[in-house]
Every structure is written in structure tokens, then in C-alpha cells.
Write a protein of this length. Structure first.
Length: 431
């Protein structure tokens, strides 16, 4: 019997969910100039508003990692997307800084399960040698959500106002939910979209460690193992660059480079188109290396380290007077770093013990999204004090270089393996 391709329909659903997720996040940055003018916000106040989402989003990562491992992906994602979509709609009704901050904090709770759930779904539905491209596909939704839809959102804001843009985008999650509930089941063998041949193919492509029973492990126990640290810092560095650009790039082009909002909306697409391509290419490259016999973690970390070097291209931005050249340098940086972004989560699936992917993904997302507390506010403060973006743009370059070193020299080429035979505790290799 010829195998079906239901697993790729599932990956497609994750891609669309991730796109909606990042549209709901990024719209604040696109509406930034209008919101600042309408509500008379300073750069520092807008930076605080931009970071408010991450106060709750980061802190919820460990709890939601446990939740997705307990409740399963189907129910967790359903609750999450309804929650964050409603918050997006309600943002359009906010008329003060305090109200908007409160809504963004609530929205952070709703969006928190997304990436830990994605990681669990990929682990359950994809064989190991297809996870790189699968992660690249769903993670490329971040680039689509942030950048490709920017001109549409800018047009809505310019013609209907920033409030309408939140209401329109917030409604998309409910459409996605109908398809998710119709097609997705937690395991391939329970689903109508995967036949027996495909289920067997998926099972064959999973390692023996992945077939082991799920374990009850505290996420914080992973701090004992060295391989976890470059993964945590790598996501922190990636997110710092992403959240800085997501929150401030449209404003940077309007204020620093004298573009209109609509023009900035169109030009903002370029870095994220490059990021979309980088996400896919990073996944493809790591999967090719695995098929050629490379250890899966070695393949992932090689591509991760290379991708983290590309933000060096931001440095010439400081020295050019040309808006087009500045945008070109930023596009090279974000696009090249996309090589790493595409497999950050595939690495979790390779390193985590089976049954604990959600927990390690939650821990990684907790630490990684602390950058969301810092990047928007720090950028606002630096811009207000220095009247330019120069130092603010150098910070993510330094962070990404440190991440490249960590992936190369600290991340080990072996999965954390567990034995849960001592009173619910565990023995772990990979120190």
C-alpha cells in the first residue's frame, strides 16, 4: 500500500498557525507609529508596551511544556489559539497604555503553548530524518507573519486605522481552529489522514530512545546538562534579533530612514522573505547531512553555528546613508540567521528524551523569550538617549556570535538519555 502524506498536512497546519501567531505579535510593531501618535507615547513607553507580551509569555513556558505533554497537542492548541485571537481583537479596543499593556500580558499567556506544542507534534508525526525541513517549514511562518503580510496590515492601518487591523487579524485564528479540529489527532495511528503504511514509516524513522515510555521529568533538571545551555542561549540570541526587528523595524524605517508607513510596510517584507528562504534552506541542509550519515545533532549544530554568523552583516548598516543599502544589510543578516531559526526546534526533538520534548521546549522558550523583556525596552531607551539605532543594532550581533561559539564547542552530539527506575527520578547521560 502506498503511504499517504498526512504528516505534511499536519506540518502545513503548524505553518499556518505559526504565521497567524506572528501576525498577531508583529502587528503592534507595524501599528507602532500610529499608536505612538494617537496615544502620545514616548519611545520608552512604546518599548514597554512591546515587551509586555513577553512578561507572561516567557514565564508560562515551563508550565505549558508540562501541559502539552499531559493534555496533548490537539486540546492545548485549540485553547491557545482561541485565547490569543480574542486578545488580539480586544487590543483594537484599547485606548490607554495601561489597558493595552494588560491585554498584551494576557495575550502572552495564550500564545505561550504554540512552540512547545509544535515541537511535540513534529516529534510524534515526523521521522527523525524529515524533522529539519518540517521545522523549517513551520518556523518559516514567523517570517511570513512578521514581514510578508506587512503591506496588507500597513494598508489596513492607513485606510481604516490601527484599531481595525487588530480586529481583522484576530479573526483568522478561529478559521484555522476549524481545520485543526477536523484533521488533527495527537498520534498518527489515531488519524484518518495517515494510513497504516505512513504510520509504519513514521515509526521506523524514530530512534529507539523515542519509542521509550514518556517520563515524568521536572524541566529544571535539564539545567544539570551542558548541552542544554547553548540551546537556551541560542534561542535567546535569535529572539533578541527577531523581537528587536519585529517591534522596531517599521519605526526605524519611518523615523531613521524617512519612509512613509505604507512604503516602510512594503520594504519591511524583504528581510522576512529572506528569513522565510533561510528557514527552509536550514532545514533542508541539516536533513541532507543526516541522510549522508551525519549524527543528527552534529548536522543541526553545524547549520545553527553558520546561521548565527550572518548577523555580522548588520554592522555596515550603521555606516551607510542609503535606506536601501541599510535594508539590504539587514535582509542579509535576518535571512542568513534564518538558517539557524529553521532548526532551533528540530534540535530540541533530537536532544530531549522522548516524552519530555514539551518540557525541554518550554524551558528553551522560557529562557529564549526573556529577550522579549529586554529587546523592545532596551531599544526604546537607547533610541531616546542617543537619537539613533546604532548601539541597539549591534547588541544582537554580539549575542549571535556568542551563540555560534556555544553551538560549536558546547553542544554534544548525543541525546539526553533517561532511566526512570528510581522513585520517579532519572539518570541522564550527556553531561
Amino acid at each position: 500500500m502506498k503511504k499517504t502524506n498526512g504528516r505534511w498536512l499536519v506540518v502545513g497546519l503548524l505553518f499556518i498557525a505559526t504565521t497567524i501567531n506572528y501576525m498577531d505579535r508583529a502587528i503592534l510593531g507595524i501599528a507602532g507609529p500610529s499608536i505612538m501618535k494617537d496615544l502620545s507615547l514616548s519611545a520608552v513607553e512604546f518599548g514597554i508596551l512591546g515587551s509586555a507580551f513577553f512578561w507572561s509569555y516567557a514565564l508560562m513556558q515551563v508550565p505549558v511544556g508540562v501541559i502539552v505533554d499531559k493534555l496533548g497537542a490537539r486540546l492545548t492548541y485549540s485553547i491557545a489559539i482561541v485565547w490569543w485571537s480574542l486578545c488580539t481583537v480586544f487590543t483594537g479596543f484599547g485606548r490607554s497604555l495601561g489597558v493595552l499593556i494588560g491585554i498584551r500580558v494576557l495575550m502572552g499567556i495564550g500564545e505561550a503553548p504554540a512552540f512547545p506544542t509544535n515541537t511535540r507534534v513534529i516529534s510524534d508525526w515526523l521521522p527523525s530524518h524529515e524533522r529539519g525541513i518540517a521545522n523549517g517549514i513551520f518556523n518559516s511562518g514567523t517570517a511570513i507573519g512578521i514581514g510578508i503580510t506587512t503591506p496588507i496590515l500597513a494598508w489596513i492601518i492607513q485606510n481604516w486605522g490601527w484599531q481595525a487591523s487588530f480586529m481583522v487579524i484576530g479573526s483568522l485564528g478561529f478559521v484555522w481552529l476549524a481545520f485543526w479540529l477536523f484533521y488533527f489527532k495527537n498520534h498518527p495511528k489515531e488519524s484518518k489522514i495517515a494510513n497504516e503504511t505512513e504510520v509504519a514509516y513514521i515509526k521506523e524513522g524514530q530512534t529507539q530512545a523515542e519509542k521509550a515510555p514518556a517520563l515524568n521529568i521536572s524541566p529544571f533538571k535539564f539545567f544539570k546538562y551542558r548541552s542544554v545551555y547553548p540551546m537556551l542561549f541560542g534561542l535567546f540570541a535569535h529572539n533578541y534579533l527577531t523581537y528587536l526587528m519585529m517591534t522596531w523595524l517599521p519605526t526605524y524605517l519611518v523615523v531613521e530612514r524617512d519612509m512613509t508607513l505604507l512604503k516602510a510596510g512594503f520594504f519591511t517584507m524583504l528581510p522576512w522573505i529572506m528569513s522565510f528562504l533561510g528557514n527552509i534552506l536550514g532545514g533542508v541542509l541539516s536533513d541532507i547531512l543526516i541522510k549522508r550519515g551525519w549524527n543528527s545533532i552534529k548536522a543541526r549544530k553545524t547549520v545553527l553555528a553558520i546561521g548565527m554568523l550572518f548577523p555580522l552583516a548588520i554592522i555596515p548598516t550603521i555606516y551607510t546613508d542609503s535606506a536601501i543599502m541599510a535594508l539590504t544589510y539587514i535582509s542579509i543578516a535576518i535571512g542568513g540567521e534564518g538558517l539557524a531559526a529553521g532548526i532551533l526546534w528540530a534540535t530540541v526533538s533530537d536532544v530531549a528524551p522522548k516524552g519530555a520534548e514539551g518540557k525541554l521546549a518550554g524551558l528553551q522558550n522560557l529562557v529564549g523569550n526573556l529577550s522579549g523583556w529586554i529587546a523592545p525596552v532596551a531599544t526604546g531607551i537607547l533610541v531616546a538617549k542617543l537619537n539613533n539605532f546604532n548601539i541597539a543594532l549591534i547588541i544582537p550581533v554580539v549575542l549571535c556570535l556568542i551563540a555560534a561559539v556555544g553551538y560549536t564547542f558546547i553542544l554534544r552530539n548525543e541525546r539526553i538519555s533517561t532511566n526512570s527506575d528510581i522513585d520517579g527520578g532519572m539518570k541522564v547521560s550527556g553531561l
